[in-house]
Design a protein around this ligand. Structure first.
Ligand SMILES: O=C(COP(=O)(O)O)N(O)CCCCOP(=O)(O)O
Ligand code: NA
Ligand SMILES: [Zn+2]
Length: 305
């Protein structure tokens, strides 16, 4: 059933497990997400960025809402990185049940103003809101403290921000970053910072940039003709520790992008005569389903629906 983000994330924070929020851009990605979560009796969030809305529009939103509506597990349709009040309201009009207003690149006061406007409008329509405080960015351990602090979320500021905006959940900057290159070796996660923020707050916290970029998938990507550099993602153990301390929503896009591309490259490389799209997109759906299953198990949401 289609529910709001709060319906999924408030129990997750209370239950100290994480729920993945996967980006979708087509039918097969959406099926891999929702069918796998249903099979494992797990709540799940499906999110569309503004780029995905540009690419698939109401057609894609309707596919998500229809599959979610018929599923026997709770599913939210979430706007990822909404860049303005207008964008958030347009998504709500399209039937989204959760919206992010990402004004984290603005100074604190402006972020508060922008966020509060969206919160008031969304709450009037029963929709829950994600906001962001702090700057996502690959933080290497060697960065001197003050520079690190300039990026990462300040726990005291987080308390103020939540009080002044009324946001339902908060994306915090804890060392993660978008994409396949999150740092050398095992990317840095500031667990002490997460635990401090979790102690001071009660709302669900959100980790962006949480793809694991599994070495096996990266190897297959190269072997099937893909070109990728020194890719690394967030370790499963780091996600498990984070979900024990307030992280309830865990954003994953890159892992599904890599998996779908690996499957497509492998089919085309191994079957040069193939041109049935179902023989190309079907294996992509299957491999993405394996990635979804792994994440649900790592985050502990299996059986929670
Ligand atoms: O936090 C994440 C994903 O993190 P990840 O890269 O670790 O998977 N996200 O918020 C997903 C960002 C997706 C951006 O999509 P467009 O190209 O359509 O703008
Ligand atoms: Na941001
Ligand atoms: Zn993000």
């Amino acid at each position: 059933m289609l529910v709001t983000g709060n319906d999924i994330l408030v129990p997750a924070r209370a239950g100290r497990y994480g729920v993945p929020s996967f980006n979708t851009n087509n039918m097969e990605i959406t099926q891999a997400i929702i069918h796998t979560a249903e099979r494992l009796r797990s709540p799940v969030m499906v999110q569309m960025s503004e780029g995905a809305i540009k690419y698939g529009g109401q057609d894609l939103a309707n596919i998500v809402k229809d599959i979610a509506g018929r599923a026997t597990i709770p599913v939210a349709l979430h706007l990822d990185h909404g860049s303005s009040y207008e964008s958030a309201l347009k998504a709500i009009k399209m039937g989204f049940t959760s919206v992010m207003i990402d004004a984290s690149h603005h100074p604190f006061e402006e972020n508060v103003r922008e966020t509060r406007r969206v919160v008031e409008a969304a709450h009037a329509m029963g929709i829950s809101v994600e906001a962001e405080l702090g700057r996502l960015g690959g933080i290497e351990e060697h960065i001197v403290v003050d520079e690190k602090d300039a990026f990462l979320t300040d726990p005291e500021e987080a308390v103020q921000f939540i009080e002044q905006t009324g946001t339902d959940y908060l994306a915090i900057a804890i060392g993660t970053s978008h994409g396949a290159y999150k740092g050398k070796g095992r990317p840095y996660i500031d667990h002490a910072r997460i635990e401090k923020i979790a102690q001071l707050t009660t709302i669900p916290l959100v980790a962006h940039g949480s793809s694991g970029v599994p070495a096996e998938i990266v190897g297959r990507f190269r072997a099937s003709g893909g070109e990728i550099g020194d890719a690394a993602g967030i370790a499963d153990e780091d996600l498990q520790r984070a979900t024990g301390h307030g992280i309830a929503k865990v954003n994953v896009d890159t892992d599904l992008r890599l998996a779908s591309t690996v499957a497509i490259r492998e089919v085309l490389q191994q079957n040069p005569k193939e041109f049935d799209p179902r023989k190309v997109f079907g294996p992509a759906r299957d491999l993405m389903g394996q990635i979804v299953e792994h994440k649900l198990r790592v985050l502990g949401s299996v059986g929670k629906a």
